[in-house]
Design a binder for this molecule. Structure first.
Ligand code: SAH
Length: 513
């Protein structure tokens, strides 16, 4: 479902508590089309990856206790941008209207005659309760829920609550911005008559893979949360429902929860592996040590396309090749039928999927995703004597396939290189900085080229003791390259595909617990 975004309009959008999966479909759709996005630091930067490349994002770093940009300036910025006839998203953590000062922004827009829409988000209390397994309302235990703010607003425009008033409410108390004021809050609740054994939970960085939970009681919570050095952003839950939480903490018990894993692939290709790992709770750092750049010779394209129907097979070795090939074909012919009746073979599932996205059938895809396996499969499939094959590739890794099809299979092979791998400048890359500072548990290599580029980019890095990452390899070929660089292999996937690689990663961490 897509919402058509209008120019000159301000969308106040809730970015949810952190997990990018918790934004609404409407919020995502608006973000994808926005021209300008003005966001706070409670917003997970991952959702900004959805913006179109030419969109501008403006950070107005608003966090509890410190305002890098005063609210008046944010209001003025909104008005200024809206007058430029662009679509603007004011993106706020959680729900924009829950302790988010959106009301003041709405007032400003209203008086400036600027139209706006509000897209609600999942507020931190609801999300944290779910991710910690706390039923915030429960029959016979608590039938009311109160959202409170513990912090005095730094600009002193909000009221300072007296928590004594809530001690007898019998409600589940969900206290936002309560960490800095925890002693006062606990003191007032006790003074107001709340039993010292009342269960309390604090959920820090809820729904992020770095989520931590502290379960305690009213009289113990200060000591316990200090022992864990719990910090903002965190929600404090007070009430008997905390004891009814499920004993199975589904989120924090995920098999890769809290494991930091580096995925050294170009961004476009990293997504699938990262997603699989994140599903298991891993904290994934994508660092694009290499990037893909279009690189082809117009004359060879013209030659190949003129004769495209003469190929019995078209072989793709990567999804980049697939997408570029069909883009170029479309530019030349505007008709998919121009491909004729050639059969298609691919290395790897992701490549096959890219072909399927163009509504074409993949006739051959060996289970093991490497060039040798594809050469074996083609040679076994039929005699290739004098059969014309087109090999769509990048600038690397096609020699084996080319030689084997030509020499062993005696096929007539034309190569069509469409892109090259280039090294990326990582000096400004935040994930790379994080990696340098705090290391990772493991780096997952999915190809020899990523190994080469990783080695290049990290050769002068000194990891602090104990932070040296372990290396996982997707298969035999990649392991060979790792060995050449004297990099110890912690585990190797028995089959060179992403699903198997993830299964192997899970079993590695299970066994090293
Ligand atoms: N509009 C936001 C709340 C902003 S106030 C919402 O609806 O969630 C900021 C406070 O929200 C933080 O101090 C913290 O108490 C809470 N908060 C926001 N994100 C959180 C998270 N991921 N985990 C725990 N608490 C969070």
């Amino acid at each position: 479902m897509t919402y058509r975004v209008q120019k000159g309009l301000v969308y106040l959008v809730g970015a949810g508590p952190g997990d990018p999966g918790l934004l609404s479909i409407k919020a995502k759709s608006i973000l994808e089309q926005a021209d300008v996005v003005i966001y706070d630091n409670l917003v997970n930067p991952k959702v900004l990856e959805w913006l179109k490349p030419e969109a501008r994002s403006i950070f107005v770093g608003k966090s509890s206790g410190q305002h890098s940009i005063p609210q008046e300036e944010i209001n003025a910025l909104l008005v200024k941008e809206a007058k430029n006839d662009v679509s603007i998203v004011r993106l706020k953590g959680g729900d924009p209207l829950v302790f988010g000062r959106a009301g003041e922004e709405v007032d400003t827009l209203g008086s400036a005659g600027i139209h706006y829409e509000i897209v609600p988000g999942i507020t931190a209390a609801i999300a944290c309760a779910a991710y910690a397994g706390i039923p915030i309302s429960q029959r016979n235990i608590s039938s009311s829920i109160i959202f409170l703010t513990g912090h005095e607003n730094p600009e002193k425009t909000s009221l300072n609550l007296d928590f004594k008033e809530y001690a007898k409410s019998n409600a589940t108390l969900c206290i936002y911005m309560g960490i800095g004021q925890l002693k006062r809050i606990v003191g007032e609740l006790l003074e107001g008559g709340l039993n010292k054994d009342t269960p309390v939970a604090i959920i820090e960085n809820g729904t992020y893979v770095k989520q931590r939970s502290c379960f305690s009681t009213l009289s113990q919570i200060i000591e316990d949360s200090e022992a864990m050095s719990i910090k903002a952003p965190a929600i404090v839950f007070v009430g008997d429902v905390v004891n009814s939480r499920s004993q199975y903490t589904w989120f924090e018990e995920k098999p890769l929860f809290g494991k930091k894993i580096l995925v050294p692939r170009p961004r476009k290709q990293a997504g699938e592996l990262s997603q699989l790992l994140e599903n298991y709770g891993a904290d994934v750092l994508e660092v694009p040590f290499i990037d893909i750049q279009e690189d082809y010779n117009r004359d060879s394209i013209t030659n190949v396309f003129t004769d495209i129907t003469s190929y019995e097979w078209i072989v793709f070795t990567s999804s980049n090749g697939v997408d570029l090939f069909f883009d170029l074909l479309d530019k030349a012919y505007q008709d998919i039928r121009s491909i004729g009746l050639s059969q298609i073979a691919t290395v790897g599932k992701a490549t096959a999927r890219a072909v399927r996205n163009h509504k074409l059938k993949v006739s051959l895809m060996p289970e093991v995703a490497n060039s040798n396996a594809l050469a074996d499969a083609l040679i076994e499939h039929q005699t290739l004597d004098n059969v014309k094959i087109l090999l769509v590739t990048g600038d690397k890794n096609s020699d084996v396939l080319f030689k084997r099809l030509q020499d062993e299979g005696r096929a007539i092979v034309d190569r069509l290189p469409l892109y090259k791998n280039v090294r990326t400048d990582l000096s400004e890359n935040e994930n790379f900085q994080r990696f340098k500072e705090s290391g990772v548990d493991c780096v997952l290599f999915t190809s020899s080229s990523t190994v080469h580029n990783y080695v290049e980019a990290t050769k002068s890095l000194e990891f602090p003791k104990g932070l040296k990452p372990k290396f996982g390899s997707i298969g035999v070929k990649t392991s060979e390259t790792l060995r050449k660089h004297n990099m110890p292999i912690a585990f190797e996937s028995p089959k060179a595909n992403l699903d198997n690689f993830v299964v192997e990663t899970l079993s590695y961490f299970r066994n090293t617990k």
